[in-house]
Design a binder for this molecule. Structure first.
Ligand SMILES: *Cc1c(COP(=O)(O)O)cnc(C)c1O
Length: 300
């Protein structure tokens, strides 16, 4: 079982922050596990508990060809002796894909379905449920995922004015909101949308009956869309990593910290405020030809 003691909270030393009287802390959920990283482990935790309560043939889940959730599920299932199937969006890639290779190494059975079929996930879910599988939705977004992510808040040692995370499905930010709500904390919660048209993220907590007071979704830091990057973002990640020794991923946490630093520059925060950012992991996001090429294109 993974211990959350490794996910420490500590302050980032950065001159621009100190001179503005702002404190930025990071919670290192990326250290939870190399491959079942960050929020993906938190989402799997109670899905696994639900899996164990029933009698299932195995776990089925969904994702894109570079999905951190796919790789996390493959590894988690191997560690726990669960047969698993990953339903992948799109045709089988012709070029090397290190993520899918790793998922296969862990024994995940990969099934590629057309984008149209993939859009009909509900039908596929029905089919596998009928066959006796436990089905976890794309990105691990369900009520069990939220329950796991809410535990982030219970682990905090300090008090904060703002808590930030990167948002894809909105499950993690919903869990954080729930944790804050359950403990009646006075803290503003922020999700940085990593994809275009992230407005839907505002609705996610409400779908699970979690009040959204104190939630802000920032939709202008996606840098071109999901898994898209920019020279500006790549340069930021390089600077952050070199100054702090903490590696950020290009799809989620790079955008998260880039956004926080931009907000600092725009005087979004007041002097004396303390901010927490969740490093949700995902470092295998670097392992694609696209990321390699965009890194080189940035001239770094
Ligand atoms: C999947 C992922 C997210 C997105 O979390 P959601 O709960 O889907 O919003 C954030 N960060 C990393 C590193 C991820 O892998």
């Amino acid at each position: 079982m993974i211990s959350t003691n490794v996910s420490i909270e500590h302050k980032i030393n950065w001159p621009d922050l100190a001179s503005r009287g702002i404190e930025l802390y990071i919670k290192r959920d990326d250290l939870l596990h190399t491959f079942i990283s960050g929020n993906k482990w938190r989402k799997l935790k109670y899905n696994y508990a639900a899996y164990r309560e029933g009698t299932y043939k195995g776990i089925v889940t969904f994702g894109g060809a570079y999905s951190n959730h796919i790789i996390a599920t493959a590894c988690f299932c191997a560690e726990n002796g669960i047969p698993c199937i990953g339903i992948l969006r799109g045709e089988e890639p012709e070029r090397a894909n290190y993520i899918l290779m790793l998922a296969e190494l862990w024994g995940m059975q990969l099934k590629f379905v057309s984008r149209t079929q993939y859009r009909g996930k509900d039908e596929l879910t029905e089919k596998y449920l009928k066959e006796g599988y436990y089905v976890i939705p794309e990105g691990g977004e369900n009520k069990f995922g939220i329950k796991g992510c809410a535990e982030i808040i219970g682990e905090l040692k300090n008090e904060y004015d703002h808590i930030f995370c990167a948002s894809g499905t909105g499950c993690t930010i919903s869990g954080i909101l729930k944790g804050v709500e359950d403990r009646k904390l006075d803290v503003k919660c922020h999700g940085i949308a990593v994809l275009k048209q992230g407005d839907f993220l505002k609705e996610v907590p409400l779908r699970y009956g979690i009040p959204d007071d104190g939630l802000t979704i920032h939709t202008n830091f996606h840098e071109g869309g999901y898994a898209k990057t920019s020279k500006d973002l790549t340069m930021f990640i390089q600077r952050f990593t070199q100054k702090t020794g903490i590696l950020l991923d290009p799809v989620y946490t790079g955008k998260l910290f880039n956004a926080i630093f931009k907000l600092v520059e725009d005087n979004y925060f007041e002097s004396g405020e303390r901010i927490l950012a969740i490093h949700s992991g995902g470092l295998t996001g670097w392992l694609s030809e696209e990321m390699y090429n965009s890194y080189r294109k940035a001239g770094l």
